[in-house]
Ligand binder design. Structure first.
Ligand SMILES: *Cc1c(COP(=O)(O)O)cnc(C)c1O
Length: 364
């Protein structure tokens, strides 16, 4: 059978290795596996969310409210925007897919940083679009604008804070990039980790309202990271109604589940869990910074719930990640991104203790 030609250039997205795989392959008991690979919230499920799931266990036969009225209302209050500014996706990943399908074809290109969220490229390739990357993994104004002028991309991805590097750019810098780009290019501001950046330094905080005055910008957010709802698959895009209306044409009906809808509504009303997650994170990430210094390698200053270690030539990120995996510690090797480094989700105190112990043994 002949498949669509664009598929020849697509590499399947490789998700962080699941706990089940380590249990199966290395015979490690599930309770001894420490997974710090997928930027999941280490605190676990918010008890208020678990309660919503339990008390709605008997409505699985019902489709969700496809207007998602209540969730849009809650998000609208949270961000001071209206319902027609919002589109909901099964994760912000699905909104990225809508954007790609609504705008791209084989004559268009997309622009992104040298090292950034892998799905931008995959969704663009599905549409046959050309991928343009800047030279650095940081989002540098000059590099973005130079590449923009040369290629006139249809979409420009600003991932701040950036995954898998953890760095971010100040709000003023993002606005400067937006100002320099014409309305023929859509700018995607992916704020998947914005809660962490905003808590660390207000100059790096971007709200949907900061960019809503531009009709060629869409802000993306997710419940998967700070809200700890990765398994429920809810994200959102916020933009001008005209843009949202076009993206809606790409949306399948009932694109999030009945339970996902209910838990996302609850999450909007419940900030304590996010605050608790960030407090734990800010305390624990200091240990990772100190650990890098003690062991003589670099890290990237992080505005996210993970940290990226950069190794000298004497340390090999693939060997280190594989050795840790055999010990039941799952982290993210960045070799496939062209970096000799690893990305580690900051865990609970106990998980981090286990990581430091094994990492020290592996590198000595
Ligand atoms: C996690 C993540 C997303 C989306 O996650 P969903 O679970 O699909 O909402 C989007 N962008 C970046 C940079 C991410 O790290």
């Amino acid at each position: 059978m002949k498949f669509n030609k664009v598929l020849e250039n697509i590499q399947t997205y490789e998700a962080g290795k699941p706990i089940e795989l380590v249990v199966r392959e290395f015979g490690i008991a599930p309770e001894n596996v420490v997974k710090l690979a997928s930027n999941e919230n280490p605190i676990g499920t918010n008890p208020a969310i678990a309660k919503v799931i339990r008390s709605n266990a008997d409505i699985a036969h019902l489709y969700p409210d496809d207007s998602m009225f209540e969730l849009k209302d809650a998000l609208g209050h949270k961000f001071d925007v209206s319902a027609d500014n919002i589109i909901i996706g099964a994760g912000s990943d699905q909104v990225l897919e809508f954007i790609s399908r609504a705008l791209l074809n084989e004559n268009e290109s997309v622009l992104m940083s040298a090292v950034t969220f892998a799905m931008y490229e995959i969704y663009a390739r599905q549409m046959g679009a050309k991928i343009i990357r800047t030279q650095s993994w940081e989002h540098k104004y000059e590099e973005f604008i130079e590449a923009y002028r040369m290629h006139k991309p249809k979409i420009m991805y600003i991932c701040t804070p950036n995954n898998p590097t953890g760095d971010a750019i100040p709000r003023e810098e993002v606005l400067k990039i937006i100002e320099a780009v014409s309305s023929d290019t859509l700018i995607v501001v992916d704020g998947a980790y914005m809660e962490y950046a905003a808590a660390k330094d207000a100059a790096y905080a971007i709200t949907p309202n900061d960019v809503l005055t531009y009709d060629n910008v869409i802000y993306l957010g997710t419940f998967s990271k700070a809200h700890g709802l990765g398994g429920m698959r809810v994200g959102y895009g916020i933009a001008q109604p005209g843009l949202i209306k076009e993206l809606y044409k790409m949306r399948p009906p009932f694109n999030i589940t009945t339970l996902s809808l209910l838990v996302a509504i609850e999450a909007c009303r419940n900030d304590t869990f996010v605050e608790r997650s960030i407090a734990l994170h800010q305390e624990q990430i200091k240990r990772y910074e100190a650990f890098a210094k003690e062991n003589g390698f670099e890290y990237i200053e992080s505005y996210t719930n993970f940290i990226t270690y950069l190794f000298p030539e004497t340390m090999d990120s693939t060997l280190i990640s594989d050795a840790l995996l055999r010990r039941g510690v799952i982290i993210r090797n960045l070799a496939s991104y062209g970096m000799n480094g690893v990305r580690i989700t900051i865990g609970t105190q106990k998980q981090n203790d286990v990581f430091f112990k094994h990492f020290s043994e592996v590198i000595s």
